[in-house]
Structures are given as structure tokens and as C-alpha cells.
Design a protein around this ligand. Structure first.
Ligand code: ZN
Length: 274
């Protein structure tokens, strides 16, 4: 099992924010009192989490079975559990990077209304963000649930059963098949998470988008809603996004070095929490 460490290896070709852009970013974030951060794969790739939807993404390399297949195809089920048994320990070993740590510091300092994330890796909570303020639009790989009765299970509990030899771990309440509590292709987003995400998007005074190309709807509409309600909108992403045209700022920059500098300048120079 490989272990990641919280170190950034600077990529000389990675885009970086200009000093003038950094100054403006610092000013806007320092003035905000109800910031919402919207994160996508770009904040976690630096922690070794693959981009699920990119050309080298897990989706492309290992077709994740549909729910119907999981319900009915015994071979596909076994394959799925084998894949999880082999790969979950790597996922569990991942550590937050400086970008996650920066957002956790904003939360501790009372600057953050919520984090809305498209990621399923749980790294915001691991970095120290309050779990009830992390809205997971695509669910979490660290939870599983019964397809029949909805009972939820912790990822480590199921992992222990897989490693003890279970080929198809079942719900201990009703015997139903289990699935990862993540949103698979073609499935609707969890309604409760979406409702909460909409509420905080309407209530924030600044939405900071980090590492999302904003192409997956309906999640990608949230920054536009925040903007319509009068919030400022900043987008930090390595590549252009469809919402750059309505953003107050869009920085084509790497997530973690930008957030690391940002949190230091906003909190430390402000006499904020260390
Ligand atoms: Zn059940």
C-alpha cells in the first residue's frame, strides 16, 4: 500500500496566479464573512485521488457497474467487491493536501459557511472541516448502504468483512445487497445534499470555486445561483470553465499553492487563528 504525504511537488508547468491576481483574491476573501467553497476533483488530484471523470479517470479505466448490474449479475458483484477490497485501503490512506488544510483553517476561523464538494474522498473532513458543513453532492466512498432498506455502513466495517473473506457482504438487517453511497452515472443527486447546497449558495456573500470545470449539472449551476443572489464569484481552476464569463475573478491556477498562500495572507496577516 502506498502512503501519500502532505507535500506539494511544484509542477514547473502548472499555471500559477499572478501577484496582482493574488492581491485581489486576498482582498475579496478577507472582506467576505459568509464564504462558500465549491470543490471538484482538482483539489484532490494533488492528494493522489484520480479524477473520476477525466480521460484517465477511474470511470474510464474501470467501468463501475450500474445499480441494475449490481443487483442482478453475480459475477459483476464479485468483481466489484474484489475491486473495492483491493483499492479501498489506498483511498483510506490518502491524506489532505495544503489546499484542504487551508479550507479547514478558514472553517476554524469562522469564515466558512459550508463546503460543497463533488468529491467522494472525505478529505475535507479529514483535514478538519466540520462534517455537518461539508455537503457531498456525489456521496462518499467511505459509506455503503443497503439497496433494500437503506441502512448505512461504515467503509472500514465492510472492508473488514471483505478481508475476512466475504465475497458479497450483505445488509445485516435485511440481507439486501450493499452498494457504495456514491452517485453513479445516470443517478440523481441526493436530494437532501442538493437542497442544502442550494440554500448555502443563496445565503453566501462569496462563492469560491476550486478545481472544478463546472461542466456537471445540476451541481455546476450552484455558482451561477450564488452570483444571481448577489454573491461574488471566484473560480480557481487549471482550465477555463463555462462560468468564467460571469465570475468576478477567474484564476487559471493550481489549487493547493493558491489556497495555501491565500489562507496565510488572509488569516495570519489579519491576526487570525494560527
Ligand atoms: Zn437492508
Amino acid at each position: 500500500m502506498d502512503r501519500d504525504i502532505v507535500t506539494i511537488h511544484p509542477d514547473p508547468l502548472a499555471p500559477a496566479a499572478s501577484p496582482a491576481d493574488m492581491d485581489r483574491l486576498v482582498d475579496i476573501v478577507a472582506a467576505s464573512r459568509r464564504m462558500v467553497v465549491f470543490t471538484g476533483a482538482g483539489i484532490s488530484t494533488e492528494s493522489g485521488i484520480p479524477d473520476y471523470r477525466g480521460p484517465n479517470g477511474v470511470w474510464a479505466r474501470n467501468a463501475i457497474p450500474s445499480i441494475e448490474t449490481l443487483r442482478t449479475d453475480e459475477e459483476a458483484q464479485k468483481e466489484h467487491w474484489k475491486f473495492r477490497r483491493e483499492h479501498y485501503p489506498q483511498m483510506l490512506a490518502r491524506e489532505p493536501n495544503l489546499g484542504h488544510v487551508a479550507l479547514a483553517r478558514f472553517d476554524s476561523a469562522g469564515r466558512l459557511l459550508a463546503v460543497i464538494t463533488q468529491n467522494i474522498d472525505g478529505l475535507h473532513q479529514k483535514a478538519g472541516n466540520r462534517p455537518d458543513r461539508v455537503i457531498e453532492l456525489h456521496g462518499s466512498t467511505h459509506r455503503l448502504r443497503c439497496m433494500n432498506c437503506g441502512t448505512e455502513y461504515d467503509g472500514q466495517e465492510i472492508q473488514a468483512r471483505l478481508e475476512a473473506g466475504a465475497e458479497d457482504p450483505r445488509c445485516t438487517v435485511c440481507g439486501g445487497p450493499l452498494r457504495s453511497a456514491t452517485v453513479l452515472f445516470g443517478e440523481p443527486l441526493p436530494q437532501q445534499a442538493l437542497k442544502l447546497a442550494l440554500a448555502v449558495s443563496q445565503a453566501c456573500d462569496l462563492m469560491l470555486v476550486v478545481g472544478s470545470s463546472l461542466v456537471v449539472n445540476p451541481a455546476a449551476r450552484l455558482p451561477a445561483i450564488a452570483k444571481e443572489k448577489g454573491a461574488r464569484l471566484i473560480i480557481i481552476n487549471r482550465t477555463p470553465t463555462p462560468l468564467d464569463v460571469i465570475a468576478d475573478m477567474h484564476l487559471q491556477a493550481e489549487a493547493s499553492p493558491t489556497l495555501d498562500e491565500l489562507v496565510r495572507r488572509v488569516l495570519d496577516e489579519d491576526g487570525g487563528l494560527v
